[in-house]
Design a protein around this ligand. Structure first.
Ligand code: KG4
Ligand code: ZN
Length: 348
């Protein structure tokens, strides 16, 4: 007898969730997470190395990869325990294989391969930049609608990317020199406000006003960015005015710098979104944690804006598991020859 519609609906209702174990080690966070059906975070464990690298004022690649080696197994174990799942509940292992630091990526990719081989699980290599975008699928409510314009602003990238569907990315613009996060980190060093630079500049800016003139690179007619002129402008301003770390003027310099970065990112993103007629703007990456940038984007855009909660802006493995889920569902898995690609571009 043919199944009744009610029978079909009941059969779908008892389908077990597709749980993906995500692993992320592209820079200085060792992270593992279990996500159900690409959207429901069952666990999200991040072991940050920030304090270890703080004394050097930046990430030391050798130190980062050695630290990943020490923490990767306990972090994965904790992600499984916190999610309350066993290996039989996992459908696939997703891992960041680029872009990032080669030695760091290798630790995560080899851990994922070992699990895939030992547990006979499918392996899914994930692009770190694409995974940042998927942080916006991990919040309750309707996910972003396509086509969406993605602003990916992290320590290594400032990309404007058109997303036409799951896994369909077309890069429209990128930074020609420093990434937005890199610019924050360098500005923090110039102003002596601490590490990591983004949050340090944000804290310092809170006490100041954006009253100092700094240059903005508009690169009209393109969707590219440039922040190195702004950084050099800050350097000269600090030197000419004799601003020293700890001076009250540091707060005004930090606020002026933050204002310039946020203004360029927001104006260029909103212009591109209107030109392309996208349905949503999707913001992600560590710099998306910046409160001024978040506020300006929401205030200035007519197109609805998605920005992840702060904890999902910086590197984590829940976004990797979500991105991996959509790749897995479209049949794009990898074999055990999966290798790291430190300079992997988005859309490749
Ligand atoms: O995405 P992410 O965690 O790692 C990379 O993939 O690069 O981004 C790290 C970057 C750093 O440059 C950091 O200074 C910046 O994000 N960042 C911020 C803030 N929090 C982190 N920049 C501005 N404001 C923040 N609140
Ligand atoms: Zn990142």
């Amino acid at each position: 007898m043919p199944a009744s519609p009610a029978g079909i609906i009941r059969a779908y209702a008892i389908m077990p969730p597709v749980n993906i174990l995500g692993i992320e080690t592209s820079c200085d966070e060792t992270a593992a997470s279990v996500v159900a059906d690409g959207r429901r975070v069952l666990s999200n464990v991040v072991a940050s190395q920030v304090e270890i690298h703080a004394r050097y004022g930046g990430v030391v690649p050798e130190v980062a990869s050695r630290q990943h080696l020490l923490t990767i197994v306990p972090v994965i174990e904790q992600a499984m325990v916190s999610a309350g799942v066993g290996w039989r509940d996992i459908s696939a292992v997703a891992v960041t294989n680029g872009p990032g630091l080669a030695g760091s990526l290798l630790v995560g990719v080899n851990a994922a391969k070992a699990i895939a081989a030992a547990r006979r699980l499918p392996l899914v290599g994930v692009n770190h930049l694409e995974s940042h975008v998927y942080a916006n699928w991990l919040v309750e409510g309707d996910p972003p609608a396509f086509p969406a314009l993605c602003l990916i602003v992290s320590g290594g990238h400032s990309d404007l990317v058109l997303m036409n569907g799951h896994g369909q990315f077309q890069r429209l613009g990128r930074t020609r020199d420093d990434a937005a996060g890199e610019a924050f980190d360098k500005a923090a060093r110039i102003l002596g406000v601490g590490y990591p630079g983004g949050p340090a500049i944000e804290r310092a800016a809170h006490r100041g006003s954006a009253s100092l003139a700094l240059p903005r690179a508009w690169l009209k007619g393109t969707d590219d960015f440039s922040f190195s002129g702004l950084k050099t402008g800050l350097f000269h301003l600090v030197r000419e005015r004799g601003i020293k770390p700890g001076d009250p003027a540091v707060a005004d310099a930090a606020a002026s710098f933050q204002e310039a970065v946020a203004e360029v990112l927001v104006v260029k993103t909103v212009e591109a979104a209107e030109r392309l007629g996208v349905r949503n703007i999707v913001v992600c990456g560590g710099v998306a944690a910046n409160k001024l940038l978040r506020r300006y984007l929401i205030d200035k855009s007519q197109v609805p804006v998605f920005i992840p909660p702060l904890s999902l802006c910086t590197d984590n493995a829940a976004m990797v598991a979500s991105c991996g889920y959509y790749r897995f569902q479209s049949g794009r898995t990898d074999d055990l020859n999966l290798d790291v690609v430190p300079s992997l571009a988005i859309g490749s």
